[in-house]
Design a protein around this ligand. Sequence first.
Ligand code: MN
Length: 736
Amino acid sequence: MGNSDRINPTVDDVIDEARKYIHDPISLTLIERAANYASVHHAGQFRRSGEPYTVHLINVAYILATLRVGPQTIAAGFLHDCIEDCGISRDELANEFDEEIADLVEAVTKIGTLKYKGKDDPEYQAANHRKIFIAMARDVRVIIIKLVDRLHNMRTLQYQPEASQKRISAETLDVYAPIAHRLGISSIKNELEDLCFYYLNRDEYYHIAKLVETKKAERDAAVTRMISEISEMLGEHNIQFRIFGRSKHLYSIYKKMTTKHKRFDEILDLLAIRIVTRTELSCYETLGYIHAKYRPIPGRLKDYIAVPKPNMYQSLHTTIIGEDGKIFEVQIRTEEMDAIAERGVAAHWRYKEGVKYDARAEQKEIESKLSWFKNLTTYSEGENENTSASEYMEALQHDVFSASVYVMTPKGRVIDLPNGATPIDFAYRIHTDVGHTAVGAIVNDAMVPLNTELHTGDVVQIKTMKGTGPSEDWLKFVKTNQARNKIRNYLTKKETEQHESRVPEGEKMLADELRKRGFNPKDYMERKKIESICKDFRVNNHTELMYGIAVKSINVTSVCERLTNQKAHISEEAALSRVLGKEVQHRSTKSGLIIPGIESMKMSLAHCCLPVYGDPIKGYITKTEGVKVHRLDCPNIADAKTRLIDVQWDEGDSERYYDADLNVIARDRSFLLTDVVTVVSQCKATLESINAAVNHDTLLSTLKMVIRVHNIDHLNNVIANMRKVESVITVERTAH
Ligand code: MN
């Protein structure tokens, strides 16, 4: 690789380079002080090449200066290894220089502490990516320093043993080159890729290098001819421009050949020319002249000036056929666009003399230019210990980096989303709370269902309502991992809370049952003892077991027996069977209900309150129709204490449906009925009947409906979602 003949810059070269755009003497002194400090503290340290360690630091600072970063960043470039290699503390750096430099160096040091074990260790890779992205979300300068550090290490990789060369190259290709690409720093990305290519696949590298060399003279001649033709033409039109041929880097040729299955000549036959003009207008003017003279290939004109790429890249691209039938790719852009194409974020971040550096303001500005960067920030803010590194990376990879739909907030902020994303995905991207309290979506001025698929260019606004929460149903249609994880976390938390609230009830029921059987609850209800029997009831912990007892999904009698290790109910049953003269069984009845200890009893669900599976219930012994089962809170059984009997739901029959009466009151509006009905079907419930009436004085609509559901959770889900429908005021179950 021809990099060993690169001449190492000196500290003076760094200062000279900085002086080209930094004029403030205090800033220049700061850079010099950092250089001196580094040379004192790294004195006596050497690199594998045999050169003093400072050579590496000066190179890093020099490359940073060519990227036109601020003086603090160049200083941090000189100091970036001194915490790790000289045992200097962050605070010492803060005292010697300032907090900002100390923070930068500390952040760069932290990124480097994980050891790369290769692609076979996905957790490592994810963890490392996460570190980098989180650091980057806090301050992009950290990543720029890290990239430049890696670039110089790659340039000097020939001094490392072969195993290290391969490991470092693999990591660079997997982690650093893609980051450089995201940030639009193509000069660094291309150089990193070619260096990695050389170390990872030397045969292919030389093979392609040779192919490129073979017809080089012929291609160069064609390009030169085209350049002079275009130059002459543009000169006649008084356009100021620079024009040059450009060569593709080897790795990009290799990638095109392998991933797009193109032959080498198909790629290299494309000759490439770049024209750099003064103004945006002259870019379009130039394009006009070129298309007037040469035939463009249809479908190849790309206007990245009007619609920049997500990494800020701007340019006009066209492909034309030259006079001798050769095909040319032409890029047309301004000087500023060219700088951004080469240096990306770094170019945008060009140091502005006299403007005090404000990391937060700069970060905000970057976010406004790089829409994915803002998304990255929101991802990294929501980071917590609950998500694993691979979850974080998967979410980032899928939701942000593979984004293909670009929608906008009403204020014009661009949000990148994966294909098929919905308003709920959008809402969670804006803010977790917006997602949690979303009740409606307006897309391009029209109200749409929350599961509507969004398209590029849509302007999306989310209606929220305090006190509402996400619905389990959303999980069925959301496309981003971010939304899915947040909804799940919310639901799990809510469920736990709900379970916890019923624990005392379950505990009391169990204690009562134990007492009834002559046991002292204190002896049996220690948490440890309870936990030890949980798995027999297919629950995970004490809370779930007590909840199960409270809602009667777990039989308190069985828990009692299991705890006291005796078949108490057998003896009870034995007593009963003596009376009845036959075995007593707990057999489920057609109604899906059981009366503990009693085998056959005609039972049916009361029509007044329509209990559904899982409701707290009570049986009412009728004179002729056996036991009618009511909801515990049904007003019709409130005064009938003496005729009531305990009943339980039998083991759930998942096939069975239960009718439920709902009463919905809402402010009347068009499509109200449609929206309410949509909720029923989205929740996979069945609508049996619906009846709507509007009070013309109050303009309130009353919808009475009967729906069929599997169980109480299912019903509650329908109700919760119905409450989120716009203009709905109340949703109640009724009893009559
Ligand atoms: Mn270093």
